[in-house]
Write a protein that binds this ligand. Structure first.
Ligand code: CMX
Length: 427
């Protein structure tokens, strides 16, 4: 029988709580990681120190969502992916429809949000606009209100789910509105009751439908970026802030602030900028030798090549592969896509020769920009906003589960350099 997302969660949460308690009681002392001095100084890379059940990133296989490789999920709807992330199973067709209806019912963006966005400097970065809007909507938080009224710990997750639905129901409308206001694209466009979440986002941006291909591209984009386990900057920032019982508006806004960094989500704007710079320098699609030279110039100037390398992955990111296939099937002659495809042939060789990056392979940000550009989204400063709309799904799924399972406040111990020096001296 079809269930609402809340009913489905209510049916599985007791079992998950029991499972966590049993693991902790029977095996709580078992070690899962050692920490070296290099890791403590080095961004905690590779330290296994938190639990995230929505997805895992395998260094050799890439993103696995609830046991399924992301490439197997590439034709699903983001609404289905959210359900999968949070419950661990796919919804039935009826459940998806019910969930979409819930999103539509919660889709009204409060009028004050548009005033807040319009009050920002006109040249604000669209990520600053989105983060501010999500934070300003904190006023709507069911969790914050119910917590102040004395909500029981066992029921936190229900209010977190209510807030999550409000964020998912409105973030694409806010994001599309930011695009139209920031880049003077004309008046805001209403969503359609008939459309799914991705199709409505594409519609509200004002992109040409291209016989349904634009909605298909958007669906792929929003599925591929939805989650990437728990340790990346945005998921981790959202998790840490949420662990203080700050509500999802605070927590997601914090996560998105992290996504706005050039070593994380902003790399997709940087990547296209880099490719367009190449095309401008060489007057069109560059040759392989020209790309090699440009890549070396970037490295010799002490800069990173955006879209390449990864903290965990050691193969080409399957999400890059999915975009690459989409490009080959739908826009093989697009000059920007052809440049990106040629960059993919050359940059891994250059990075291997350079010898620093642990992975010379493309990550998700290497390919998405050329596709967006082809569909008329030419303002590449905006690209991380699209990433954000998608990533809100993973961040919120993780928040719901953490509150359902009573995860405590995050508080690792820091040590001083003096402490390390004494330790080393003793050894
Ligand atoms: N170009 C040049 N140098 C690179 C590089 C790249 N693409 N990727 C890594 N390196 C360098 C690092 O800067 C580091 O140099 P230093 O020793 O001088 O500090 C060295 O290689 C080792 O780094 P690493 O262990 O391989 O990579 P990290 O885990 O430290 O960093 C990442 C990972 C993604 C930040 C890095 O590969 C990078 O800066 N890539 C370019 C930016 C990018 O594409 N970011 C998007 C990642 C995906 C996402 O989160 O959205």
């Amino acid at each position: 029988m079809a269930q609402t997302l809340k009913e489905k969660l209510a049916s599985i949460i007791p079992g998950l709580r029991q499972e966590r308690q049993t693991i902790l009681k029977q095996h709580g002392d078992k070690k899962i990681s050692d920490v070296s001095i290099a890791q403590a100084f080095g961004g905690m890379r590779g330290i296994k120190s938190q639990i995230c059940d929505t997805s895992v990133v395998n260094p050799d296989k890439g993103l696995i969502i609830r046991g399924q490789p992301v490439l197997k999920l590439k034709n699903k709807l983001p609404e289905e992916i959210f359900w999968l992330l949070v419950t661990g199973s796919m919804p039935s067709a009826e459940e998806v429809k019910g969930f979409q209806d819930e999103l539509r019912a919660a889709g009204e963006v409060p009028a004050y949000i548009w005033k807040v966005i319009k009050a920002l400097p006109k040249k604000s970065h669209p990520m600053a606009m989105l983060d501010t809007a999500i934070l300003a909507m904190q006023h709507e938080s069911v969790f914050a209100r119910k917590y102040a009224e004395g909500l029981s710990k066992a029921d936190y997750w229900e209010a977190i789910l209510d807030d999550s639905i409000k964020i998912i129901a409105t973030i694409h409308t806010i994001a599309a509105g930011i695009y139209r206001l920031r880049y003077k694209k004309g008046s805001l466009i209403e969503p359609s009751k008939k459309n799914d979440w991705s199709a409505n986002y594409a519609k509200m941006l004002g992109l040409a439908p291209k016989k349904g291909l634009t909605a298909k591209m958007m669906r792929l984009y929003l599925v591929l970026h939805s989650d990437h386990e728990g340790g990346n900057v945005s998921a981790n920032a959202c998790h840490v802030v949420g662990s203080a019982l700050s509500d999802p508006f605070y927590a997601v806004s914090a996560g998105l602030n992290g996504l706005a960094g050039p070593l994380h989500g902003l790399a997709n704007q940087e990547c296209l900028k880099w490719a367009l710079g190449l095309m401008e320098e060489f007057g069109g699609t560059p040759t392989e030798d020209q790309i090699r030279q440009h890549a070396w110039d970037t490295l010799n100037n002490g800069k990173v090549i955006p879209g390449y390398g990864h903290a965990v992955l050691r193969v080409s990111d399957p999400r890059f592969i999915a975009f690459h296939e989409f490009g080959q099937n739908n826009l093989p002659n697009d000059p920007v896509f052809r440049t990106i495809a040629r960059v993919f042939k050359i940059v891994p060789q250059v990075l291997k020769e350079h010898g620093k990056a642990k992975s010379p392979w493309p990550n998700v940000d290497a390919g998405s920009g050329s596709i967006l550009y082809h569909f008329g989204l030419k303002e590449f400063e905006y690209y991380t906003v699209l990433f954000s709309v998608s990533r809100s799904l993973g961040m919120l799924a993780q928040l719901i589960l953490n509150r359902a399972l009573g995860s405590p406040i995050t508080r690792p111990k820091s040590v001083s350099t003096e402490w390390i020096k004494k330790l080393v001296a003793k050894a």
